[in-house]
Structure formats: structure tokens, C-alpha cells
Design a protein around this ligand. Structure first.
Ligand SMILES: *Cc1c(COP(=O)(O)O)cnc(C)c1O
Length: 409
């Protein structure tokens, strides 16, 4: 009989979102008339912008005619998209990249998960806590997690991000070889300054670690001293891969498109110590296991960079950031400790009086009919916090905040 990958049964069943759904459902059963507002979602709600919709229609028409039909495209993405990405996302920030350092994919989640394919299963991993669960689970699947002990994986170094360190993680104390950073951060909504990010790049250079930098929320940055790309930091091209996504930037969560930057100067070593280009390995992996993102979707992504597309997308982001401000200022008026929400669509709320994440979730659900996401679901250091998302409808966000402000916590 074939053997399974024995790392999979080590993973707990996806507890967080199923448990939230279960509790919301149970409450709805007991209180059928409750008008529930969901501020827990990590998905956008605004529709695709007109420029993107037009590009989709045009590309579909091209696919309908033999003369312009396109079958398999380059696994790494079409040059029209790779080039416009470089011209818009990197050149204006003083970053020089070549088209073959950009790999167009079907979203950041798959690229982040798949990137582990080209790294040793014996590499050690460090990640911030709380964290996007994809980083943890994909490493456990690959065999880099060790064993689960009290909600932590024994082979992974957790770097706590708490109110005490203002959500700025300390450098690893283990000799972690792979480091995951996500800024602006999901779930805390906090950022790293240029100076802070530089300490990470310097650390990775001196300890020969690899940084996997998730910049999915780059478009939400409103503050001047926050880097949009890790390559704004000198020397980062030798130590970092960057993941970008059109999901939150342009509402592509259903359409699916993102890209991964793997600079040609980035190297890791073989067991015998020989240096190998990660760009070459990733290209090898993609050409074997991936057949490209849909042509029509890449044309839609291209339209995000047209002058009109950029304006339309910026308006949507401004809408979400306004939601974030409504949530943040409302909670602050109540005297609560809130973090994030300035350069990110997430607000990280410290529960009052040290109530547990799940207790606070339950009270918010049953007393205000508002759904958040318990912070502890993102890692042990998330205990005592709740994440609120700014991706909802603005009227509903206002209604939710009114209920919370009238609430006797
Ligand atoms: C939403 C999100 C992504 C984007 O995922 P896609 O697969 O591109 O939709 C990546 N990283 C984080 C932390 C996210 O929250």
C-alpha cells in the first residue's frame, strides 16, 4: 500500500475559521433575528474596477478568434506583465530588476507555499508570532515543523510580536536559515520602518539566512518611512525573495494573480556547500509544475497599471483605509488599545481586562452581533487580541462601530 506524507496528519484540522463558523451558526440558530456584521473576513468586497473588467472582456474576445487566440503561455508569465510590473512597482523606488527575475503566478499563497519545494527540508525556520498560518502549515507539511507542543512547533522559532515590543520582532536567537516576514502585517496591521527592515537584511546577510518577504499589503502603505519593497534596502537582493499579490491591491482574490521576485544574485547552498542560484531553481520548479496564469487574467493585471486603472484601484484602497480609520478611531474613543489600521486593512485590538481572545469573540458576537477573528488563532502571542478587518461595506462598518461604542464591555 502506498504511504502518505506523514507530516499531514500532524496538522490540526483547520480549527480557526471552522470554529468561528460553528459559533456564528450556533448563535444564529438561537437568535434567528440577529443582524450579524462580519468584520472577520480577510477577503475584499469591492468589485473589480472598470479598467480591469474592460481588459478582461477584451482578452476574452481575443481568445475567441483564431488570429489572436493564445494557448499555453510562458510559465513565468507574459513579458507585457513582467515589464509593466518592473516599471511601476520597482523603477520608481530606485530598484532595478530584469524581467526574468519576476515570476507571474496565480497568487501569493501558492507561491509562498510552493517556494519551500526548492529549499532543504532540514532548513530551520523562524517566523513572527502571530502569523499568517500558511507559513507555518506549509513548513509542517514539508517536514520542517517538528512536533506540535502546546500550540507551537518544536523546530520552528517563534518571534513574538506583542504590545511590549510594539509588534517589532526581535532578531532570531537560533540559527534560523529561512525567515518569514510579512509587512504590512496580517494579522496585526503593523509595519516595519526602513531602519528596522534594514536590521533584518543586515542580519540575513551576516548569518546567510534567506528572508521570504510577503508584501501582499504593500498598496495600503500610507506612511513615508515604510518600505514598499524589501529591495529598497541595500543588499536585500542577495538575501530576499519578495511575494506580491493583486488580491488585496486590486480585488483579484477570485481572479487569482500575483508575482514573486527572485533576484538572480540570490544564492543558497547545497549540502556540500556549493552555491546555487535560487532564480534558476525556482524557474526549474515552475516550468515543471506550473503552466502559467491565465492570459485573460494577466491582461487584467496589466490594466491595474494603466493611469485610469491605478486611479480606480487607489480609490478602492482609500475606501478600505477609511473603514480602518472608522474602526480604529471608534475603538480608541472607547479607551481600548488598538494597533495597525494605518498602513494596513487590519486592526489588532487588545481585549479589555485581559479577557481571552475567544471569550471576547463570543461577547462581541452575542452582545453586538459583530464577528471578529480571535487573535490566538494566529499563534500563541495572539492570545488576548482580536483582529478586525476593514474589507467590509462602509455603512455596515459604521453600524458595527456604533453598536460597539454603545456597548457596556
Ligand atoms: C491575502 C494574503 C495573501 C495573498 O494571497 P493570494 O493567494 O495572492 O490571494 C498573501 N499573504 C498574506 C499575509 C495575505 O493575507
Amino acid at each position: 500500500m502506498a504511504r502518505i506524507n506523514d507530516n499531514y496528519p500532524k496538522l490540526p484540522v483547520s480549527y480557526l475559521f471552522s470554529e468561528i463558523a460553528r459559533r456564528v451558526e450556533a448563535y444564529k440558530q438561537s437568535t434567528p433575528n440577529a443582524d450579524i456584521i462580519r468584520l472577520g473576513i480577510g477577503d475584499v468586497t469591492r468589485p473589480l474596477v472598470p479598467s480591469v473588467v474592460k481588459a478582461l472582456h477584451d482578452a476574452v474576445d481575443e481568445q475567441a478568434v483564431a488570429a489572436t487566440f493564445r494557448g499555453y503561455g510562458p510559465e513565468q508569465g507574459y513579458d507585457f506583465l513582467r515589464n509593466i510590473v518592473i516599471e511601476n512597482d520597482f523603477i520608481p523606488r530606485g530598484i532595478k530588476l530584469e524581467a526574468d527575475e519576476i515570476f507571474i503566478g496565480d497568487g501569493a499563497k501558492s507561491d509562498i507555499g510552493n517556494f519551500g519545494d526548492i529549499l532543504s527540508v532540514n532548513s530551520t525556520v523562524a517566523l513572527t508570532d502571530p502569523v499568517y498560518p500558511v507559513y507555518v502549515d506549509t513548513n509542517v507539511m514539508a517536514g520542517r515543523g517538528g512536533d506540535s507542543v502546546d500550540g507551537r512547533w518544536s523546530s520552528i522559532e517563534y518571534l513574538p510580536c506583542t504590545a511590549k515590543n510594539n509588534f517589532v520582532p526581535e532578531l532570531p536567537t537560533s540559527s534560523a536559515e529561512i525567515i518569514y516576514l510579512c509587512y504590512p502585517n496580517n494579522p496585526t496591521g503593523t509595519t516595519l520602518t526602513r531602519e528596522r527592515l534594514k536590521t533584518w537584511v543586515d542580519y540575513a546577510r551576516s548569518s546567510e539566512a534567506l528572508i521570504l518577504f510577503d508584501a501582499a499589503y504593500e498598496a495600503f502603505i500610507t506612511e513615508d518611512d515604510i518600505p514598499h519593497s524589501i529591495y529598497e534596502i541595500e543588499g536585500a537582493k542577495e538575501v530576499a525573495v519578495e511575494f506580491r499579490s493583486f488580491s488585496k491591491t486590486a480585488g483579484f482574490t477570485g481572479l487569482r494573480c500575483g508575482y514573486t521576485v527572485v533576484p538572480k544574485s540570490l544564492q543558497c547552498k547545497t549540502l556540500s556547500g556549493e552555491k546555487v542560484s535560487l532564480n534558476r531553481l525556482w524557474n526549474r520548479r515552475q516550468t515543471t509544475k506550473f503552466n502559467g496564469t491565465a492570459y485573460v487574467v494577466q491582461r487584467a493585471a496589466e490594466a491595474v497599471y494603466s493611469p485610469q486603472g491605478r486611479k480606480e484601484v487607489r480609490d478602492n484602497i482609500a475606501y478600505y483605509l477609511q473603514n480602518a480609520e472608522i474602526i480604529r478611531s471608534g475603538l480608541q474613543r472607547l479607551g481600548l488599545n488598538v494597533y495597525g489600521g494605518i498602513s494596513a486593512p487590519y486592526i489588532w485590538l487588545q481585549t479589555p481586562d485581559g479577557i481571552s481572545s475567544w471569550n471576547f469573540f463570543d461577547r462581541l458576537l452575542t452582545e453586538c452581533n459583530v464577528v471578529g477573528t480571535p487573535g490566538v488563532g494566529f499563534g500563541p502571542s495572539g492570545e488576548g487580541f482580536l483582529r478586525l478587518s476593514a474589507f467590509g461595506d462602509q455603512e455596515r462598518v459604521r453600524e458595527a462601530m456604533q453598536r460597539i461604542e454603545n456597548w457596556k464591555i
